[in-house]
Design a protein around this ligand. Sequence first.
Ligand code: ATP
Ligand code: MG
Length: 427
Amino acid sequence: MAINSGILAIAIVGIITTGVVGVVTIIAMYKCAKFGVKTYLGQRSGGSRDREAEASITRDGERGSTDEAAAAADDDDVEMGSMSYFFEDIQKERPVRFSSQQLRTFTRNYAHKVGSGGFGVVYKGRFPNGAAVAVKVLNSTLGKRAEEQFMAEVGTIGRTYHINLVRLYGFCFDATVKALVYEHMENGSLDGYLFDPPPEKTVGFGKLYEIAVGTAKALRYLHEECAQRIIHYDIKPENVLLGAGLAPKVSDFGLARLCDREDTHLTITGARGTPGYAAPELWMPLPVTHKCDVYSYGMLLFETLGRRRNLELGLHARESQEWYPRWVWHRFEAGDTDAVVARAAATGTGDKKDREAAERVCKVALWCVQYRPEDRPSMGSVVRMLEGADQIAAPRNPSGAIQLWCDSVVRRHHQHRGFIWFLRPCA
Ligand SMILES: Nc1ncnc2c1ncn2[C@@H]1O[C@H](COP(=O)(O)OP(=O)(O)OP(=O)(O)O)[C@@H](O)[C@H]1O
Ligand SMILES: [Mg+2]
């Protein structure tokens, strides 16, 4: 009996030991296999990446059409290699370098054009993992940017991270293609919701107010919070993109330093920004500071209030609404802010909250477009005033700007998206 118990105990211990050894062996084999696969993939993608970096400078110019098909066949491998790096780089907030061949694949040979502007043409594309991207192919007036300078500036843009800024995933710099790869914003840009929107894009003032506050926070970050202060130079509804739930994200920050612009965006040779939004100091020989963005932001606020372009030709002169900011100032001056607020809050609930928000937007807009940059608030102050955390003093007459812009405006020609106005300083 005693012998039997001993044998039983030994058998049980044996079975347990065998089980433990078996489990440990399986875990060890699994870990080894995982490490092996990882190392293999790492070598492959590292090789691909190095090849891309070297080849992207010369490849397109040299590669004949005959081996394009072969390259396309290889492409998925190359992409997947890069994609493993891509996610690592994304985590490290570093933009990824893509080859022009990869961009062609992402965009299905540039099949879906989303729009175009002063820097180039935007196409919709997809990464192999299905993530939608917007590829902005920069126009040839990129200037004589050296590759290192381009990459340094792209690096700055890529490391600039805020919930209200469009994320830069990567770029392409080779002999034929200079491009930026951004996250794709599914609801397009704010202009589509402000100016004669179709019913599905007609939103209440509360939503527009939220978009305005998000935009202000992005600018506050660029001006006051990020490591390297960035002046945007081109704030306008087209550069406020909307994601899920119409969450706003500012695009094209940092591009003014990176690219020269097409003539369509110049008011006077050498000036920056877009007519109608560019601060006076951008087209006059005056020092330019981050306050030029505050001015443009004020113009965007007027358009948010009025749901119209600030300058609308063809309106009856006696309505004096042709230049909307001037109309708003006259109403405010006459103590009739209600007229402005009623119009702003007409779409939506029109409740007390909307009306109070519209009144704050009206006053902040008037402060932002003060002629003298030093009279304009900082973007930090703009956010506080919009959110009701700071009292808003009664705005002064921004007549310097308004007079200058209205009374001396001269129509020169019709181009691009709407009228381009050339401005003549007052005598
Ligand atoms: N990341 C993006 N996601 C979705 N749509 C985009 C994206 N970037 C740009 N777009 C769309 O493409 C259009 C053209 O953009 P682009 O920046 O080239 O010109 P713009 O904004 O009109 O002028 P500017 O060159 O002064 O910025 C935008 O109006 C916007 O609707
Ligand atoms: Mg843009």
